[in-house]
Each structure stands twice: as structure tokens, then as C-alpha cells.
Design a protein around this ligand. Structure first.
Ligand code: F6R
Ligand code: ZN
Length: 191
């Protein structure tokens, strides 16, 4: 199957694409077990099931050579001291990279390798982040009151390994600090 050239368009302030192929909505209930403060999670869940983030995808065939791109919109909020975040994943084809371009908001991309290296990069409008092959990645919205909006693109055959992060978490967490966000070791991280 050959893909014809195509365009999509986004505009500030909300950057919701006018056209897209797939819309993913992830709610608090999709993140059960991922936030460090379980009591805070249950309190928030008791009040409903808020949407944490939405992804608008521009699909292409899942084969090497194609790129899959889209817009990720991560809402602001906290579970206890921990900011709203994406599930995070390794790519199933581990040797595949990803590019993120921050369009709006303030965030941190938490990343780690299977070998135990860890990195946290600030995202502000204009930031272009290269996530190299092998690095798991999770977006965290550290703004108090605005969405974190990013454009992303990655090899369309990469696939997603969510299970590894679901079972052991990320090695580092991003928490609210007095003046600025702080990153700490995840006390519940499992080898
Ligand atoms: C794709 C990618 C992003 C994320 C999106 C939502 O490889 O990294 O498009 O999929 O930011 O995060 P997850 O997929 O972790 O729920
Ligand atoms: Zn990815």
C-alpha cells in the first residue's frame, strides 16, 4: 500500500487537529497502580474518572520506513504530590527513536533505558526533544493550570510495550516541590 502525501493542521491555542485518523482518550482509571500515592489516587477516583490525556494520531501503515505522528494533550493536575503523566512505554521494537516538539505548556519528559540510565528533560514551547532508541518515555505536565501539548513522530512499526512500565514503574518520579518540580527515586520501582 502506498501512502499519498497528506497534510493536517493545528492552530493555537488548543492545537487540536482539524482532521485526524484516531483519537485516544486516557482516564484516571487507565492509570491505576501507576501513581505512587495510592490513597490520593483512590480519593481522586472516588470523585469520578477524569480524562488525563488525549492523543490525536495521523496514521500510516505499521511498516519500517513510515512515520506515525500526532498531537498529545496532557491535562494538568496532581495525584497526591505527583503530576498528571502519560502511562509511558518502551517501543516494542526497542531500537526505534521518537521526536517530540513542545507546542504549549510546561512539562518534563522522564526517560530511562533497560540498563538503568535515567534522564529528565524540561519541555517548554519550542523545545525539540530527541528520544533515542531504547529509551522508555513518559510525559509529565508540571504546569499548575495549563495543558502540555506536544507533536510527536516515530517509526510506524515501533509498537508499544506498556507492560514493562505497568509492572515496575519508572525509576524516577516527578513531584511537586515548594518552588519547582523535583525528581525523586521511585520507592516502589521493581527490578
Ligand atoms: C508514541 C508516543 C506518544 C505517546 C503519547 C501517549 O510512541 O510516545 O505518542 O503514545 O504521548 O503516551 P502513552 O502512549 O505512554 O500513553
Ligand atoms: Zn513512544
Amino acid at each position: 500500500m502506498t501512502v499519498q502525501p497528506f497534510v493536517h493542521s493545528i492552530r493555537p491555542p488548543d492545537f487540536i487537529p482539524e482532521t485526524f485518523d484516531n483519537h485516544i482518550v486516557r482516564r484516571l482509571s487507565d492509570m491505576r497502580g501507576q501513581f505512587a500515592d495510592e490513597a490520593a489516587y483512590e480519593r481522586l477516583a472516588g470523585g469520578g474518572d477524569p480524562v488525563l490525556y488525549e492523543v490525536y494520531e495521523f496514521l500510516t501503515p505499521a511498516v519500517a520506513g513510515e512515520l506515525l505522528s500526532g498531537i498529545s494533550i496532557l491535562h494538568s493536575g496532581v495525584v497526591g504530590e505527583e503530576y498528571f503523566m502519560t502511562k509511558g512505554h518502551f517501543h516494542e521494537v526497542l531500537d526505534t527513536a521518537e521526536i517530540y516538539h513542545c507546542l504549549s505548556g510546561r512539562g518534563v519528559m522522564m526517560m530511562e533505558t533497560p540498563e538503568g540510565r535515567s534522564a529528565a528533560v524540561d519541555l517548554v514551547p519550542g523545545t525539540i526533544l530527541y528520544v533515542p532508541p531504547r529509551w522508555a518515555h513518559r510525559s509529565v505536565n508540571v504546569a499548575g493550570d495549563s495543558d502540555l501539548i506536544t507533536f510527536f513522530a516515530y517509526p510506524a512499526h515501533a509498537g508499544h510495550d506498556y507492560a514493562t512500565i505497568e509492572s515496575r514503574g519508572f525509576r524516577r518520579l516527578v513531584l511537586q516541590g515548594d518552588r519547582a518540580p523535583r525528581t525523586v527515586d521511585n520507592p516502589r520501582w521493581k527490578e
